[in-house]
Design a binder for this molecule. Structure first.
Ligand SMILES: Cc1cc2nc3c(=O)[nH]c(=O)nc-3n(C[C@H](O)[C@H](O)[C@H](O)COP(=O)(O)O)c2cc1C
Length: 188
């Protein structure tokens, strides 16, 4: 099964990079199989450092912002101890991992990661259709160069109905941010 979350890694200059990623996971969460595109910063950082922290969160504004750029304001971070990396202190759960093997075949690398430390910070909000709609919209935002504009518009329109019915303020703001970004990309 794929678990959508947020990965922190460290770049060449020591700066923390934050990006949504959906690794394959197994029930016990003792391993993660990350599949980053080779064009992503996460891929380059993990290739070099072989360490990072995967987070489970319900903060869809963070996911939206990091899908299309940098988060604002910068989220609070706490230094991890088992790996050289940083924990998002507002996440629900975190998993510090080491990359043990990289399969470079295909357009995405497959990184086999062992979880070496983990923590629980707070409860997960629970199912909310608007949160899921924002996740889908964030994925669309990262695929504007790959999918036909018409398909993106159609899917975004469908998602907006769910957001109108079920969103709180955070979900509404995150969805609007993604709508604006996507229309800048495809309506040029
Ligand atoms: C929920 C979600 C899951 C994603 N999963 C992946 C993934 O597994 N692999 C990947 O390469 N990109 C994935 N993306 C797209 C990346 O987050 C996006 O390309 C991002 O800009 C990469 O950031 P980076 O260059 O800082 O690593 C996902 C996006 C979202 C919103």
């Amino acid at each position: 099964v794929i678990l959508e979350g947020v990965v922190t890694t460290i770049d060449r200059d020591g700066v923390t990079n934050i990006a949504p990623m959906g690794p394959r996971v197994a029930d016990a969460m003792t391993r993660l199989w990350l599949r980053p595109y080779r064009t992503s910063t996460t891929y380059g950082n993990l290739q070099r450092t072989r360490e990072g922290v995967f987070h489970v969160t319900d903060d869809v504004m963070l996911i939206a912002q990091t899908a299309i750029g940098d988060p604002d304001p910068s989220p609070k971070l706490q230094e991890a101890t088992a790996v050289k990396g940083w924990i998002l202190t507002d996440a629900c759960r975190w998993y510090a991992f080491r990359v043990e093997q990289i399969d470079e075949e295909g357009d995405r690398a497959c990184m086999d990661c062992r979880v070496v430390d983990r923590g629980r910070i707070r409860d997960f909000f629970g199912f909310n259709r608007a949160k899921h709609a924002v996740i889908e919209a964030a994925i669309l935002a990262t695929r504007t160069g790959l999918l036909p504009a018409q398909q993106i518009r159609r899917e975004l329109g469908r998602l907006s109905v769910t957001v109108e019915k079920t969103a709180g303020e955070q979900e509404q703001a995150a969805f609007r941010l993604l709508q604006t970004f996507i229309s800048q990309q495809i309506d040029r």
